[in-house]
Design a protein around this ligand. Structure first.
Ligand code: ZN
Length: 411
């Protein structure tokens, strides 16, 4: 994205500061911050990836004396050591300022009552939503995940106006509200949904069942947490807070910059972070920059909704499959819900892809007709032949954290 002289100066400062950490002392051995004079000098710096952060466990990323650290967060690793991110007082305050800005961008005010369902604890989500709500002066209702009975009761009794959740948990709660027939007792106006890619169909369902306007919030534990960008009322994309971070979009294969407006992986450099500054951190999130200025008048640049993760793309029979393409395809199938799962197996020397999707249709014959129709459409839009299995609504797992859509059993 656009790089100003001011950003370059901030980057030099951030690189100099990062070199106080044990990790960057070795990762950036030989890098002279003052030599970074142009965007090309900056692009010559090595990337930082999640495995690097794991290797720095526990506090190898810390760039300040440890008595300046007021909190740590940790991102969940599926394998190996977790990643620990230390925060100073300023880091925590900056995060709250960004989060408050997110709420304001979504038109949320101190008169709102914000029910927070993402988890608290080592994970950054819940506490970030909380900090921003308190700084805004709104009433925070810190529920954390789970206990759907109590969630709905609080929502009714406290007249909550804003619901914050992952998309899969928002869907679960929306379905429960419909099942119990309590929609007319719900006062929700807005939903702030974070940390997961979600398709247009799921979005429409949550919005209509909860009767709310929805906002996507962006972020990751390694870089503060959720709250580093959000979509406004006018935009399909998310505004990013470029006074705190510099964003690049790179081709995940060549690792060079993509052309303006093309899809690629987001790479983030922190400009103000003290506890764990990160330089050229690879998020593996795929999106594109929206080049047209937003009609809301904000100067903060925008990215489109996250398309998927570069590590979620799977190659089957020579075709690349992005979960977002499957979302899009199913959105066009009238009797299919937004929920699906893909299994990829290697049987008798061949790759076999099976798509499970949910439908309200109960009649066996009608289901087989629908499966046939989905198989043809899938071949046409995704490009490969798949085995199709329709299942009933609610049969596929919902999760309070992230929902895995593609299971690759070939390796
Ligand atoms: Zn805007």
């Amino acid at each position: 994205m656009k790089m100003t002289d001011e950003m370059l100066a901030q980057i030099r400062t951030s690189v100099r500061h990062a070199k106080n950490s044990r990790f960057y002392q070795s990762h950036f051995a030989g890098v002279e911050p003052d030599d970074i004079k142009t965007i090309d000098d900056f692009r010559a710096l090595p990337f930082t990836d999640k495995d690097d952060l794991r290797d720095a466990y526990p506090l190898g990323l810390c760039a300040v004396p440890t008595d300046e650290v007021v909190r740590i967060h940790s991102s969940s690793g599926t394998t190996g050591a977790p990643v620990i991110i230390p925060y100073t007082r300023k880091d925590v305050d900056d995060w709250a300022i960004m989060f408050k800005r997110c709420y304001e961008t979504a038109g949320i005010t101190r008169a709102d009552r914000i029910q927070i369902t993402p988890g608290y604890g080592l994970w950054t989500a819940g506490i970030g939503f909380q900090l921003g709500a308190e700084l805004l002066g709104a009433m925070a209702v810190p529920m954390g995940p789970g206990n759907t009975d109590k969630q709905i009761r609080m929502m009714i009794d406290l007249r909550t106006t804003v619901f914050t959740a992952t998309s899969s948990y928002a869907l679960l709660v929306a379905e429960e509200i419909e099942k119990r027939g309590v929609k007319d007792r719900i006062c929700l106006k807005k939903g702030v949904i974070g940390s997961e890619r979600w398709g247009p169909k799921m979005r429409k369902r949550i919005a209509s069942e909860l009767g709310v306007e929805l906002y996507d919030i962006y972020g990751l534990t390694e870089i503060y947490g959720p709250g580093i960008g959000i979509n406004c009322d006018r935009s399909e994309g998310m505004h990013l807070w470029t006074d705190y971070m510099y964003f690049e979009i790179i081709d995940p294969k060549t690792l060079g910059p993509v052309k303006e407006g093309e899809s690629g992986e987001i790479v983030i450099t922190t400009l103000q972070k003290e506890g764990a500054p990160l330089i050229r951190y690879r998020t593996h999130d795929i999106t594109r920059e929206i080049m047209d200025p937003c009609s809301c008048g904000s100067d903060y640049p925008q990215i489109a909704a996250i398309l998927g993760r570069s590590d979620d793309m799977v190659k089957v029979k020579g075709s690349i499959i992005y979960p977002s393409k499957v979302d899009e395809f199913l959105a066009g199938v009238r009797d299919a819900s937004s929920e699906y799962q893909i299994m990829i197996d290697h049987l008798n020397g061949r790759d076999q892809l099976t798509l499970f999707f949910e439908t309200k249709i109960k009649d066996g014959k009608a289901r087989r007709e629908l499966e046939k129709q989905v198989a043809q459409g899938f071949k046409k839009s995704i490009g490969i032949l798949a085995k199709i299995r329709a299942v009933s609504i609610g049969e596929l797992p919902r999760s309070e954290k992230k929902t895995t859509r593609i299971f690759d059993n070939r390796y």
